[in-house]
Ligand binder design. Structure first.
Ligand code: ADP
Length: 261
């Protein structure tokens, strides 16, 4: 059974998603209706009609791409709880991350020894890490370094570093740090918004960071981004350390945020 809080979080995420979709669709519809008006005006000019019809077709294709992204987002799996050893997970994913980043980029994996297990969905976390690696690659066309690290943090440190208040208990901070082009303040402010992207059409979905944030918050943790233009970007996820009462829930129920325990 779904908790009221989880339900509320989903509704909030869908609301944000709907806002992004509405915005993108509005742009598409404006291009289509503008194109129709221009075609009527230039009806006698075959070359102009041809060009304008092409513009309308392009806009319709953008509309289809928006729909596809919405479908992909709604098929997202439920989060399942796993007790994860992040040192083992990062070690196991190293080759996939290196392949994602390509030969020009150096990969470092730096997991603290003896990390306590965290409560999170393994498949989702792996997907998030690959998405973050893709972003790092896109930000470093001339190469650079990406460090994937995991370290236990006291709750106070996590709360001080994270923008929103966190529940009691400890967290492991997973960080992906690149030496890429970074983000300006306006991009950083919107980076985790669903469908926000600065990449050319067809290259970015604008969902990578939105899903990373949804994953962190759905796991009872949080996400924060630090970035400096020309220097690089650090994306941090705080994931809750497994506590005694979690054991029986593992693999049985969707995650609940720690405040409900
Ligand atoms: P996408 O990568 O499909 O654009 P994301 O949600 O992952 O969607 O990222 C949104 C935007 O945030 C990107 O278009 C880019 O402008 C910025 N961004 C994300 N990660 C990085 C990074 N590591 N370095 C610089 N900019 C980034």
């Amino acid at each position: 059974a779904e908790t009221a809080l989880l339900q509320a979080q989903k509704v909030q995420a869908m609301g944000q998603l709907a806002g992004g979709i509405a915005h993108d669709f509005n742009n598409v519809l404006q291009a289509v209706s503008g194109g129709a008006i221009l075609i009527r005006r230039r009806a006698g000019d075959a070359a102009a009609v041809e060009r304008l019809a092409g513009m309308v077709e392009d806009a319709a294709r953008r509309g289809e791409a928006v729909t596809r992204r919405l479908l992909a987002f709604s098929r997202r799996e439920e989060l399942r709880a796993d007790a994860l050893d992040l040192g083992e997970l990062l070690g196991g994913l190293r080759e996939v991350l290196a392949a994602t980043l390509g030969a020009k980029i150096r990969v470092e994996v730096d997991a603290e020894a003896g990390l306590p297990p965290v409560l999170a969905d393994r498949g989702q976390l792996e997907t998030v890490l690959v998405n973050l690696a893709t972003n790092a690659r896109d930000a470093m066309p001339d190469g650079g370094t990406v460090v994937f690290s995991a370290a236990a943090e006291r709750a106070e440190d996590a709360a001080a570093a994270a923008p929103d208040g966190l529940g009691p208990g400890g967290y492991v901070r997973v960080m992906v740090a690149d030496t890429g082009e970074g983000m300006d303040a306006a991009t950083l402010a919107r980076a985790t918004e669903p469908f926000f992207t600065t990449k050319p059409l067809g290259q970015g979905t604008g969902l990578g960071l939105a899903m990373a944030r949804g994953f962190a918050e759905g796991s009872g943790g949080t996400l924060a981004i630090a970035s400096e233009p020309g220097r690089g970007t650090r994306v941090s996820l705080w994931l809750p350390i497994v506590v005694d009462g979690d054991a029986r829930r593992l693999r049985e129920a969707p995650l609940e945020p720690p405040v409900e325990r």
